[in-house]
Write a new protein. Structure first.
Length: 589
């Protein structure tokens, strides 16, 4: 409490009694004192035995004296009580005046401080705005200079480009060739029309840089881009027309060869492959041999879709890579037609099986490395299609065809709906707290409508969604990080677990760092080779350690025999899966 407040409080407590009350008090006091004197005098007279006589005059004199004394005393008391109150009032008025003046002074000081602060802020903002304006001007000048240098570099590196080129669609700023598929699709359509009109053939080369991911990860972005640029220049040198060279991705190029027969296209590809083999990329004090894998296909009368041409070229490139890389693989026209005829028959058969609901679900157990009674069961769902004889066909018989027919998303929806539908198996999993793993096609995860349907199915799941685990390929996470993030957003709403499937540490630990996996399923090649290859064994141990540091548990999958199982159990993996543990069996709904 401040001093003025305390004074006001004490003033309220010091209250002078009314004068009328003091007068009554004085009269009462005089009457009592007179009565007392009369009583005392009577006692004295009685004790004197009449020797002393009582006089009314003396009594009145005594009463008057007492009344006077009482009045004087009352006046003194009243005057004494008024003094503190007057002092307090005077002090209160003085302090109130001072307080008022102090408030006025503080308000004026505050106004002056606010004005000064506003002025300083305005000046600082003006200075910062001027500095930013100068920086923007400098950045624009730097950008203009950089653009000039880039234009000069591009013209130097790719002199075949004409500034009046009507096909000047988006180009790769690094290599100067066409980038993406827009122009490539137009060009393939032009060549298909030409083949139908004139019966001529045209060649297409699909080129992949061998070991690009690991090399790029080891040398870094700057040297990695220089490596790509050097390879692009070699490709441009061997292409009849630089405007028919296209960059599809970080490590994939396409060269279109108009009017070239199948044998001529193969000869161009082989010459490019041989010339590249003799080159080395140098960075720092180290050198690395450059090698390419090339797939060759022809465009002829039978081709009606640019998508089909690219699929064939990709298949030919894949065959070259599977043969060890640094080679050319040609898919000649006749075997291609025969394969397409077989696929057409198979596609019709598959469509009929899907329409008649002949998809079957199998399940394979995933067990702890060491048996544990406290661990709930874990099943991975596997897709099977029943043939005309009632045999359940494994995926390798039809997986590629399903991808090309774009039926995989339909199958994924059916599998998920069947897995979470009410039933005996679902109730059993709910009761024992078991986990159910579901593999998804990569192409399904690229579709927004699939993610919408997935959210709807999980919202009505009879199985607690916390017991569902979705498995996503490591390759998909590396190639499509934004789509993987969208999938994670959907599943995280329902608390689903995530597994990074077919994991082998591609491009360092990028997928492990960026994908919030609860489980890591090691690639089957790594699991099965680690028994005989010490490098693979060290690699496996390294991946297991990294996974555990990220908080994920590790599954060794596709274990085929007891020797591999015994070897894996000596590592730090947490779970095992494969035919050596438990073969797949029907999943009863």
């Amino acid at each position: 409490m401040s001093r003025p407040e305390r004074l006001a409080y004490h003033e309220s407590k010091i209250v002078a009694p009314p004068r009328f009350a003091l007068i009554l008090f004085a009269l009462l006091f005089a009457a009592l004192a007179t009565a007392l004197l009369f009583w005392v005098n009577g006692q004295i007279v009685e004790a004197a035995g009449g020797a002393m006589a009582w006089s009314w005059n003396s009594g009145l004199l005594i009463a008057s004296a007492m009344l006077l004394l009482a009045g004087i005393g009352t006046s003194l008391v009243f005057w004494r009580m008024q003094l503190p109150l007057e002092d307090a009032r005077n002090l209160h008025e003085e302090l109130a005046y001072r307080l008022e003046r102090l408030q006025e002074s503080s308000e004026q000081a505050a106004e002056r401080a606010v004005a000064a602060a506003q002025k300083k802020i305005t000046e600082d903002a003006a200075r910062q705005g001027k500095a930013l304006s100068e920086q923007v001007t400098q950045l624009r000048a730097n950008l203009a200079e950089t653009q000039k240098q880039l234009d000069a570099t591009t013209q130097h590196r790719l002199p075949l480009h004409s500034p009046t080129d009507s096909n000047r669609l988006p180009r790769d700023p690094l290599t100067g060739v066409h980038y993406g598929t827009v122009r490539l699709e137009q060009r393939l359509q032009e060549l298909m029309d030409s083949a139908r009109r004139s019966g001529s053939f045209h060649g297409v080369l699909m080129i992949g840089i061998d070991d690009f991911a690991s090399f790029y990860d080891s040398v870094g972005p700057k040297d990695g881009e220089e490596h790509v640029w050097q390879v692009a220049q070699l490709i441009i040198e061997h292409a009849p027309d630089a405007n028919d060279v296209y960059r599809l991705s970080a490590k994939h190029f396409v060269v279109v060869l108009p009017g070239q027969s199948d044998s001529k296209s193969v000869a161009i590809a082989q010459q490019l492959n041989e010339d590249v083999k003799g080159r080395e990329f140098a960075w720092g004090s180290r050198q690395k041999p450059i090698s390419l894998s090339i797939g060759v296909v022809s465009i002829g009368l039978a081709d009606t879709s640019d998508t089909d041409i690219m699929a064939r070229a990709g298949h030919a490139l894949s065959q070259a890579q599977q043969l060890g890389g640094a080679r050319v693989h040609s898919e000649s026209l006749l075997p291609m037609l025969e394969r397409r005829a077989r696929e057409k028959t198979l596609s019709d058969w598959l469509e009929e099986k899907i329409k008649t609901e002949q998809l079957r679900l199998a399940a394979q157990v995933i067990e702890p490395k060491l048996p544990s009674a406290s661990e709930p069961p874990w099943l991975e769902l596997l897709l099977r299609i029943e043939d005309d004889d009632g045999v359940w066909l494994p995926p390798e018989h039809y997986l590629d065809v399903l991808e090309r027919l774009q039926l995989n998303t339909v199958i994924d929806r059916k599998v998920i709906e069947a897995a979470v539908a009410p039933g005996m198996r679902c109730e059993l999993l709910k009761k024992n707290g078991g986990r159910l793993s579901i593999n998804l096609f990569n192409s399904s995860l690229l579709r927004d409508d699939f993610l919408i349907d997935l959210r709807a199915v999980l919202s009505n799941s009879a199985l607690p969604t916390q017991q569902i685990c979705f498995e996503v390929d490591e390759a998909f996470v590396l190639q499509h990080p934004s789509r993987a993030a969208a999938f994670v957003n959907v599943t995280s709403e329902f608390g689903c677990a995530l597994a990074l499937d077919r994991y082998r540490g591609g491009v360092g630990l990028t997928a492990l760092r960026n994908f919030p996996a609860n489980f890591i399923k090691l690639h089957e090649s790594l699991v099965n080779r680690q028994t005989t290859d010490l490098i693979d064994r060290a690699h496996l141990d390294w991946l297991v350690t990294a996974a555990h540091l990220s908080g994920a548990k590790v599954v060794a999958s596709s274990i085929r025999d007891a020797t591999t199982l015994a070897s894996v159990r000596q590592t730090g993996v947490d779970y095992v899966q494969g035919f050596a543990i438990s073969p797949p069996g029907p999943y009863m709904l």
